[in-house]
Design a protein around this ligand. Structure first.
Ligand code: G3I
Length: 368
């Protein structure tokens, strides 16, 4: 048995019924979290407190396949501080408890984002003097401190660049930029570092992997921001690459490789933080054709990311299609963009991820 097949055999989970030429046979399914861990990486998924505590097949699959969890929405400001001045952490505590009892690594998402703000945090409130010190900073500090020692990697800020806003440095115009100036990103990182000194602190961003000009501009803006933060002594440790792939976009491996080399060259870690494949509103072909196309899209992009020694792990944005944001949001109602479909059957993407982990170079686990 080749070392790769032996490697995958070592991380097999409960047999699943598979069909070949009319014969049904039980074949063990590789556990992606175990495969990743054997190489000093992590594999996990975005979850909700409901999903991870339910007594159903999806909860069992999450426990079986994931070595890491991240809250899909419940650790965002708008979900925690629904009432001004009163921060409710029960849902996140549930997720942290499930991760700890299951031996899972935790990513935190996200301490500062211009979306899913508390309902009371309108422009007038966020535009008032003292808003940062009285409202934003306390949320960042208390949340990071509460999970110090539990959450290994925090997305301290999410989606802070947007060249379409025509800012000289490509920053997105948000209430935080208006209230605190360009230093708000550094301030958020310093708060998180003071609250959770052992956490690895990340910037998380989307649309950094394809060749189109808009993504080239985004890569340039992100690299320049990271260089400034590091030059200013800001405690940023990694870049989260959301990696919401889209069928039909143009990919240039050399451009993506050069960008990742530049980021890693700054001494930063990397994580694929929200992997899924968007097929668009009317995907063509039968299920097998679609699954193959989506798995190939993952392979061509992740093969380049796996070349990076500083890659710490992969998170998919949900594990199964039935609860994927791509479907729930209505963007692509029957999207097949994850390792498991709505019937909890593995898609071709599962085998692709298993193979990528099997081929991955060994990392030092400490970096995650
Ligand atoms: O707030 C209600 C809550 O009261 C209710 O009990 C619950 C019942 O399901 O729903 C909650 O609502 C929504 C939640 O999703 C669950 O459906 C939130 O209002 C809604 O904002 C939230 O959407 C999330 C979205 O980010 C905004 O936070 C999605 O789940 C989540 O998949 C999506 O994830 C983002 C990443 O954070 C950043 N990158 C892009 C990615 C996809 O858009």
């Amino acid at each position: 048995m080749t070392s790769r097949r032996a490697f995958i055999a070592g991380a097999l989970s409960a047999p699943v019924l598979m069909r070949l030429g009319g014969l049904a046979f039980a074949a063990p399914l590789p556990r992606l979290g175990d495969l990743a861990k054997q190489k000093g990486l992590f594999f996990g998924a975005a979850i909700t407190s409901e999903q991870v505590t339910a007594a159903d097949g999806y909860a069992a699959l999450l426990a079986d396949q994931c070595g890491a969890y991240v809250a899909e929405w419940e650790s965002k400001w708008g979900a925690i501080e629904w009432v001004r001045g009163h921060r409710e952490y029960d849902s996140v505590d549930t997720i942290v408890a499930a991760a700890k009892s299951g031996g899972k690594m935790l990513r935190g998402h996200t301490l500062l984002w211009h979306f899913q703000l508390p309902p009371w945090a309108d422009d007038a409130v966020l535009g008032s003097s003292g808003a940062w010190d009285e409202l934003v900073a306390p949320f960042i500090f208390e949340t990071a401190k509460r999970y110090a020692g539990d959450i290994a990697q925090w997305d301290v800020v999410n989606e802070v660049i947007e060249p379409e806003w025509q800012e000289p440095d490509g920053l997105r115009v948000t209430p935080f930029l208006a209230m605190r100036g360009r230093g708000y990103i550094a301030d958020a990182f310093h708060l998180a570092a003071a609250a959770a000194p052992d956490a690895r602190l990340y910037i998380n961003e989307y649309d950094l992997c394809y060749a189109e000009d808009d993504q080239e501009k985004r890569r340039a803006a992100m690299l320049a921001l990271l260089e400034r933060l590091i030059a200013d002594g800001v405690p940023v440790h990694g870049l989260g690459l959301q990696t919401h792939l889209k069928i039909g976009r143009t990919f240039d491996a050399s451009r993506y490789r050069a960008f990742l080399d530049d980021v890693a060259g700054l001494g930063l870690d990397l994580a694929i933080t929200e992997l899924d494949v968007g097929e668009g509103p009317d995907p063509k072909g039968d299920t097998a054709t679609r699954d193959r196309r989506n798995a190939d899209e993952v392979r061509k992009v992740l093969e380049v990311a796996f070349e990076q020694k500083r890659l710490t792990g992969i998170v998919t944005w949900s594990l199964g299609d039935a609860v994927s944001y791509t479907r729930v949001s209505g963007e692509s109602p029957d999207n097949r963009g994850l390792p498991f479909d709505e019937f909890l059957a593995p898609t071709a993407m599962h085998a692709t991820l298993a193979d990528l982990f099997a081929q991955a170079d060994q990392r030092s686990a400490a970096s995650s």
